[in-house]
Design a protein around this ligand. Structure first.
Ligand SMILES: C[S@@+](CC[C@H](N)C(=O)[O-])C[C@H]1O[C@@H](n2cnc3c(N)ncnc32)[C@H](O)[C@@H]1O
Length: 218
């Protein structure tokens, strides 16, 4: 039997409006990006607030994001950085890179955010020079998730936090029978298992958005 309170549309709206109100910039960004044909696959405001909360809890100063789309989550995170904090945003799509740079500029965060253009599988190893990182958010192509996780873990400090999005795989992750090569269920099940059993992580799949798996590094 499920315990706890189901999240209704009204409850979600209440949480969003009370704890995660968007300013004019955050509100306008999705529509601007949609006009240029960018898919609407960014996190929602409550997830943005959740990332900020986790960052503040671990006093994150050096942050890494894999998969930034048009910069929505990056702006939420960059706003939770201290004055001398930095965020490296790894993004493969040149149009997305352009939009991230524009939006970060509009947010007045250009000094804090460095956009690293290219395939994260290629660009991630070079970020070792900026390690240790305090916080990492993985939100790129799902098939690369396990490799990103393995690449990011050695770059995180003790007490740092790793977050991976879409770890509920559209609500299907619990169902082994759904796992096949055409969907993300197989990958998400494998990575959830890995994170849950990882000797350096205290972790949980948090049912926010499409599921954010959060691990604190020991
Ligand atoms: C779900 S979207 C990111 C959403 C963003 N984190 C947000 O919530 O605002 C995934 C992004 O990952 C990018 N991406 C896909 N494969 C990638 C790769 N190999 N390296 C870097 N970025 C990649 C896509 O171009 C897309 O912009």
């Amino acid at each position: 039997m499920m315990r706890g309170t189901p999240i209704t549309e009204q409850l979600h709206e209440y949480i969003a409006q009370t704890f995660a109100p968007e300013d004019a910039l955050l509100q306008s960004m999705p529509a601007d990006a949609a006009r240029q044909g960018v898919p609407m696959i960014h996190i929602d405001a409550t997830q943005g607030r959740f990332l900020q909360l986790l960052m503040r809890a671990c006093r994150a100063k050096r942050v890494l994001e894999i998969g930034s789309l048009f910069g929505y989550s990056a702006i939420w995170m960059a706003r939770a950085l201290p004055v001398d904090g930095t965020l490296h945003a790894l993004e493969i799509n040149p149009l997305h890179v352009k939009l991230i740079r524009e939006n970060v500029m509009r947010a007045g965060l250009a000094e804090k955010v460095t956009v690293v253009e290219g395939d994260a599988a290629q660009t991630l190893p070079a970020l070792k020079v900026h390690a240790p990182f305090d916080f990492a958010f993985v939100d790129a192509d799902k098939l690369g998730y396990v490799d990103y996780f393995e690449g990011v873990m050695p770059l995180l400090r003790t007490g740092g936090v790793i977050v991976a999005d879409n770890m509920s795989a559209g609500g299907k992750v619990w169902n082994a029978a759904e796992a096949n090569e055409r969907n993300n269920v197989t990958t998400m099940r494998a990575l959830n298992e890995r994170i849950a059993r990882h000797p350096r992580l205290t972790s949980l799949l948090v049912p926010i958005g499409d599921g954010m798996c959060v691990g604190v590094v020991e």
